[in-house]
Design a protein around this ligand. Structure first.
Ligand code: 0O2
Ligand code: 0O2
Length: 268
């Protein structure tokens, strides 16, 4: 029986989890304000229970005096993302931080576990300012999509219920569910790129429309009312018809050429 004071032992881990949760949640708020999109959907964190620490130490043959180095997820942070691409972005953001040092990474997304488990794990060193001075502890940051988290949460509670000995037919079903979660992530990623493209197209289109209207206005300024009116009519036809970015671009080029001529004549 280990006679250590677990309460005291866990203090820096509890502090680290609280600090990291605050920092990552503020990162979400800041990015939403700045760019209106955050790769972080939500953040959770926990300190491993003493019974789980002891079980893991036994399983991994970690001696009691080596728990701090041997069990790297006593402090655990979980970051949930909407899309797989967000996980890559999030990992870059973590690597760039100055308040923690990445020790190593485990990619269970490209190399999923035999159970079907998928997540990206980053083990970091994190300095905690305690009453007794600075203490560097290890923490595990798990990065997951919502689909990966959904699967892992259910699998975890079932494994717990069956104490790690899942019946064959349940394991099969979980494996199939993991494949479905993987396909869901892929499908969502494709939808996302389509949405991003559509947004870009829409932004370009609205910039073009502003340009056309502005240039027509300029033609009136240079006393080219007749020409301006013709362009205005062409624009109205295009506007009323089907969305056709090419015709609009062509019209914009013609108006700009007319405008250039008008400016030259005005100067001479
Ligand atoms: P809000 O306003 O509820 O979003 P805490 O100490 O409360 O900050 P703790 O104790 O780790 O955090 O709580 P927990 O239950 O692990 O959840 C942490 C945050 O994740 C909470 O938000 C939950 O609302 C949020 N959360 C948990 N599960 C889900 C989920 O499935 N979907 C979404 N979108 N959020 C979830 P906050 O930040 O505490 O506050
Ligand atoms: P908790 O707090 O109950 O989640 P190990 O894989 O445990 O032999 P290692 O190398 O330390 O040893 O861990 P690994 O696999 O890199 O990551 C450990 C954590 O990843 C686990 O923590 C889980 O949170 C998660 N994990 C790993 N594999 C699975 C899996 O098959 N299913 C689910 N649901 N989660 C998994 P713990 O120790 O379970 O702690």
């Amino acid at each position: 029986m280990d006679g250590r004071d677990w309460g005291k032992f866990l203090v820096p881990y509890e502090q680290a989890v609280e600090e990291l949760k605050v920092k990552l949640k503020s990162m979400r708020v800041e990015m939403k304000k700045r760019e209106e999109y955050s790769p972080i959907e939500f953040v959770t964190g926990r300190v491993k229970r003493v019974s789980s620490i002891l079980e893991k130490a036994k399983r991994l043959n970690v001696p009691m005096e080596k728990l701090e180095e041997g069990i790297e997820d006593i402090a655990g942070i979980r970051i949930m993302c909407q899309f797989v691409a967000d996980i890559e972005q999030m990992a870059d953001l973590i690597r760039a931080r100055k308040d923690m040092k990445v020790l190593y990474e485990k990619d269970y997304i490209r190399n999923n576990k035999p159970s079907g488990y998928r997540s990206y794990h980053i083990i970091v060193e994190y300095p905690v300012q305690t009453a007794l001075g600075m203490k560097v502890i290890l923490a595990e940051i798990q990065l997951r999509t919502l689909a990966m988290n959904f699967w892992a949460t259910i699998e975890h509670s079932l494994s717990y219920k069956f104490q790690g000995n899942l019946p064959e037919h349940i394991r099969d079903r979980l494996s199939k569910a993991a494949e479905a979660a993987f396909r869901l992530d892929e499908e969502m990623s494709q939808i996302r790129s389509e949405i991003v493209e559509a947004q870009k197209l829409f932004e370009n289109q609205s910039a073009l429309i502003s340009q056309v209207l502005n240039d027509i206005q300029q033609l009136y300024f240079y006393n080219r009312a007749k020409e301006a009116q013709q362009f205005q009519n062409r624009f109205s036809e295009l506007w009323g018809g089907k969305d056709d970015p090419w015709s609009l671009r062509e019209l914009s080029e013609q108006i700009q050429a007319a405008l250039l001529l008008a400016r030259k004549e005005h100067m001479s």
